[in-house]
Design a protein around this ligand. Sequence first.
Ligand code: GDP
Ligand code: K
Ligand code: MG
Length: 267
Amino acid sequence: MKTIALAGNPNSGKTTLFNALTGSRQHTGNWPGVTVEKKEGRLKNHEDILIQDLPGIYSLSPYTLEEVVSRAYLVKEQPDMVLDIVDGTNIERNLYLTTQLLELNLPVVLAVNMADMVRASGNTLDLKKLSAVLGCPVISISALKKEGLDELTAELAKPQPTGHCPDSFEPQVVQALEEIQKLLADKVPPQSLYWYAVKAFERDERVLEELHLDPEQTRRLEAIVTKVEKEYDDDAESILTTQRYDYIERILAGCFTKKATASSLSL
Ligand code: GDP
Ligand code: K
Ligand code: MG
């Protein structure tokens, strides 16, 4: 059985897509210990592929119950693939989660939803370029109008390579993350090492608790993080947030074109 985790922002069309991909063959329950709905279903025409719907989230921080549930599933259960659905009419904001999903080192397929509305807006997104930059398949779909779902299903059924970590961070941060990965190398599963390093850099409390660092390791981690914080005169979490958004802006500058408006044409 191959398991695909469906992840995306609230209102990106996750439920509509889940229903379209699985039809009526769904199982609904709750995530263990919490009253957050858990739904899973078989991919149509692919009995051997299970789609696991995750709670809608904006990031992989541990601040809401939904974020805790979704990231625990992604990191601990290690699904075979992540189907990331983004709202194509709000791509910049939605890619914030995508950059974090790519850090999990799992194969990712990106579905850019609301193709009908994107078309109507006159804006264009170069899917090939986006796919090349992110290193994962990018499929334009409309979950509501059932467009692009055959192509999406074909990508989900294929084996996909593990996504490459996005180039979100500036050299100082990249170097700090490399040092943290060395520090954590024998503490976490190798495929999740990069993700844990990012979370340790952010001083994510849940991750730090789980890592059980000894005092010397804690001191070394703090030294690595504090050095970068001094360089940027900012706290670690904000440094990563800012650099993720800068990265998304750079990506979109190369592949997103806003419809020319009357005022821009007259210039
Ligand atoms: P969720 O919160 O991510 O589960 O999102 P839903 O599936 O509930 O969808 C949110 C809203 O977007 C609903 O009103 C859907 O009908 C609508 N929606 C979903 N997919 C599409 C689409 O491809 N095109 C359009 N126009 N609306 C969509
Ligand atoms: K909703
Ligand atoms: Mg929903």
